[in-house]
Design a binder for this molecule. Structure first.
Ligand code: ADP
Ligand code: MG
Length: 324
């Protein structure tokens, strides 16, 4: 068994025709899962055949699909561990910058192709990015699991993405685009470097308040005005809410609810996680990691520059305005 998820189980199998291992995803035999799996098959075959015929863009290859005892089965090329397993092996202390760089570039390559095809992945996270078997000893990754994917402009579901990687648009209930994958990608890049999730919120409110604390600012007012769930998280504080740090230096009409206000409403406390999870501003976080470099003053000059570049890169990804 290679993995289990919401949609079914993935098993390592021997293909006697090609004399090679393959990964077979056996979908649960319920109509809703079957329908979504049909979507996975059609979107991935389109991506593979039309948009990446030469297998150059770090997207998993689908080899076959077939029904078996009321289960839909999808066969994929056999890949290695997922990135969450890799981080765990590293005691959640993050990867060396050279690997963060290589993996990020490759995931980005896949995302560019997906954007060109108008496909939103909708569940980008370390568990859905796998290490590729070593070819000429070069490290590589591929994006897998198009089981939640959809076409841009045909977005049916509002409850998508895994919570830590959920974009502001999806949290707030605003029409979403391929930009939501870019948000998740930013979360992943940071996590690869620091070893822990960037926004490990115990609730949606917790995720959103961590974003605001870490990135600074908040989603733009026109997004807040039109989003369906704004009132779950924000209080309308009049046309000019004084002293509020809003988007792009503009003043906002909204302020995020305080923890007390949310607690009074939900009457349950957000759970404290297992680890010491990162909090505070993004730049402080990147500079005080990896854990061995707790004192940022001691960072060598070259590493300081790398950290600055990483913070700059991340800021462009965890951007509240989806149009940017
Ligand atoms: P789900 O939709 O249930 O999350 P995934 O397609 O993400 O299913 O597969 C679940 C897990 O199985 C993955 O996180 C990964 O660890 C493993 N897995 C999936 N596909 C492969 C593959 N091609 N090669 C090796 N392991 C795989
Ligand atoms: Mg998955």
């Amino acid at each position: 068994m290679l993995g289990q998820g919401t949609f079914g189980q993935v098993a390592k199998c021997w293909d006697a025709e090609t004399n090679s291992y393959v990964a077979v995803k056996v979908i649960k035999n319920q109509p809703a899962f079957y329908q979504q799996a049909i979507m996975e098959v059609s979107l991935l075959s389109m991506l593979n055949d039309k948009f990446d015929p030469d297998d150059q863009h770090h997207i998993v290859r689908m080899l076959d699909f077939f029904p078996w005892k009321n289960h839909l089965c999808i066969t994929f090329e056999m890949l290695g561990h997922n990135l969450y397993e890799l981080l765990k092996k590293n005691n959640l202390r993050g990867l060396q910058l050279q690997f963060v760089r290589t993996f990020s570039r490759q995931i980005l390559d896949a995302l560019i192709v997906m954007k060109g095809a108008g496909i939103i992945h909708c569940d980008l996270k370390p568990e859905n990015i796998l290490i590729t078997p070593k070819v000429n000893s070069a490290a590589g990754v591929k994006v897998i699991d198009f089981g939640s994917a959809c076409m841009e402009g045909k977005t049916i579901y509002s409850y998508i993405q895994s919570r830590y990687y959920r974009s502001p648009e999806v949290l707030l209930g605003y029409p979403y685009t391929t930009a939501i994958d870019m948000w998740s990608f930013g979360c992943i890049v940071a996590e690869l470097y620091i070893g822990l999730p960037l926004f490990p919120g115990a609730s949606e409110y917790d995720v959103l308040s961590r974003m605001i604390e870490m990135v600074g600012g908040q989603p733009p007012d026109d997004l807040l005005r039109e989003a369906k769930n704004t009132r779950k998280f924000f209080k309308h504080a009049g046309s000019i809410y004084p002293g509020n740090e809003a988007h792009d230096g503009l003043r906002s009409s909204y302020r995020i609810l305080t923890e007390d206000e949310v607690e009074a409403r939900d009457s349950k406390k957000p759970k404290i996680g297992k680890w010491y999870f990162p909090r505070g501003r993004l730049d402080r976080l990147i500079f005080s990691y990896p854990w061995k470099n707790l004192n940022e003053g001691n960072l060598p000059e070259a590493e300081k520059e790398d950290c600055l570049a990483l913070v700059d890169f991340l800021r462009g990804l965890v951007e509240f305005d989806p149009n940017k």
